[in-house]
Design a protein around this ligand. Structure first.
Ligand code: FAD
Length: 323
C-alpha cells in the first residue's frame, strides 16, 4: 500500500496553493486530481477570459503575466502548470478519491486510477475538490443524449445550427451571446421572470438588446419538459407545450459540490447549506486530520468562494511560511 504523509485532493488553483503552503511548511505533499491539473479550467469555454485581474489569481507569489487586461483560459492553464513545475510539487493526475476511512495506521483512502483501484494511507488529507464536476441536473428525459451538454465548449460548432441554451445566469447568457455571434440560431430558456442581478452589469444590456432586436429568442418563465434528438419540449407561463428545434442543447444551470464524497470521507454535512462541518480557524473537519479548502467550504453557495478569495486557505491549514 502506498504511504504518504500529506495528500491534497483536487489540483485546482486552491489545491495547488495548498500544496505550495505545505511545501513551504516543510512537507512533501502529493497533489492528486481526478482529471488533469486545473481540470475545472480545462472545462471552461475555449478562449474564455477570466473576470478577475491576473494578480488576484496568483498563487505562491508567482507572477501571472497575460497579454490582455485579464487572463484567458489558455493563459491560466499555462500559468498553473508552470507554478506546479516551478514549485516541484509531486502530482498524480487522472486519479480519483472514492472514499476514506480513519484506521489505526492513518487515513486509508480508496483511489481509482485509469489502471484500476488502489489504497493509499496518509496522516493529513486536504480536500479541495471544487464543484465543477457535478452539474445540477434538470432531471428531464433526454438530458443524457449526446447533443446535450452541461459545459459550454466552442461557439463555432453552433454556426448555422439551432441551439437551445437553458439557464439565465452568467454562463447561460454569455454562451447565448457567443453562439449568436458565431452564427447560431439561439433560443435562451430560463425559468425565472427576468435575468437575475448576478448577471454581470456589462453583459446584461447586451443580452437584453439582442433579445429586443429579435437576434436571440428568449423564453422566460419557461420549464423544460423533455429533450429528444431534434428538439426541446418546454412549457411557458401560459402552460402550453411547445417544441423548440435544437441540434445542440446547453443545460447551463449551475453546479454543486459532491457532498456524497464528503459523506464517504465521514465529514458531516449541514443539510440546509451543504457545508462540510469544519473549524473556520483551522479548516479541519469533524474527521481529525481531514481539512477542506476552496469553494467546497461554502457548500451549495458555490459563488461565495472563488480563486481570488480562496487562494490563501493553504496558509490557514499549513501555516503561512512567509509571515
Ligand atoms: C466559466 C467560469 C469562469 C470563472 N471565472 C472566474 C474568475 O474570473 N475568477 C475567479 O476567481 N473564479 C472564477 N471562476 C470560479 C473558479 O473557477 C472556482 O472558484 C475555482 O476553480 C475554485 O477552485 P478550487 O481549487 O476550489 O476548485 P476547482 O478549480 O474546481 O478544482 C477542483 C479539482 O478537484 C478535482 N476533483 C474533484 N473531485 C475529485 C476527487 N474525488 N478526486 C480527485 N480529484 C477530484 C477536479 O477534477 C478539479 O480539478 C470561474 C468559474 C467558471 C465555471
Amino acid at each position: 500500500m502506498q504511504i504518504e504523509n500529506t495528500v491534497i485532493i483536487g489540483a485546482g488553483p486552491i489545491g495547488i496553493a495548498c500544496a505550495i503552503s505545505a511545501r513551504r511548511a516543510g512537507r512533501d505533499p502529493l497533489l492528486i486530481d481526478a482529471g488533469a491539473v486545473v481540470n475545472s479550467i480545462v472545462n471552461y469555454p475555449i478562449g474564455m477570459n477570466f473576470f478577475t485581474t491576473p494578480e488576484l489569481l496568483e498563487v505562491g507569489g508567482h507572477p501571472l503575466v497575460c497579454s490582455g487586461q485579464k487572463p484567458t483560459r489558455e493563459e491560466a492553464m499555462m500559468y498553473y502548470r508552470g507554478v506546479v513545475r516551478a514549485e516541484g510539487i509531486r502530482t498524480r493526475t487522472f486519479t480519483k478519491l472514492i472514499s476514506c476511512e480513519a484506521t489505526t495506521s492513518g487515513l486509508e483512502c480508496l483511489m481509482k486510477a485509469e489502471s484500476g483501484q488502489f489504497k493509499m494511507v496518509c496522516q493529513h488529507l486536504t480536500l479541495a475538490t471544487g464543484y465543477y464536476d457535478n452539474p445540477k441536473m434538470l432531471g428531464v428525459p433526454g438530458e443524457d443524449l449526446p447533443h446535450v451538454s452541461h459545459y459550454f465548449d466552442e461557439p463555432h460548432l453552433g454556426f448555422d445550427r439551432d441551439v437551445v441554451v437553458i439557464g439565465g445566469k452568467n454562463s447561460a447568457v454569455e454562451a447565448a451571446l457567443e453562439l449568436f455571434r458565431a452564427g447560431a440560431r439561439v433560443t435562451l430558456v430560463y425559468r425565472g421572470k427576468e435575468f437575475p442581478p448576478s448577471v454581470k452589469f456589462w453583459v446584461k444590456p447586451d443580452i437584453i438588446n439582442r433579445i429586443k432586436a429579435g437576434e436571440i429568442a428568449e423564453k422566460l418563465e419557461t420549464e423544460v419538459l423533455r429533450i429528444d434528438a431534434s428538439g426541446v419540449a418546454v412549457t411557458g407561463p401560459d402552460g402550453v407545450e411547445e417544441v423548440l428545434k435544437a441540434d445542440r442543447v446547453f443545460a447551463l444551470t449551475g453546479f454543486l459540490p459532491d457532498t456524497e464524497l464528503f459523506r464517504r470521507v465521514g465529514i458531516n454535512i449541514e443539510p440546509e447549506t451543504g457545508r462540510p462541518e469544519h473549524d473556520d480557524d483551522t479548516l479541519e473537519t469533524n474527521v481529525p486530520g481531514v481539512y477542506v479548502a476552496g469553494s467546497i467550504k461554502s457548500g451549495y453557495r458555490t459563488s461565495d468562494i472563488f480563486i481570488e478569495n480562496g487562494r490563501f486557505d493553504g496558509d490557514t491549514i499549513f501555516g503561512d511560511a512567509s509571515r
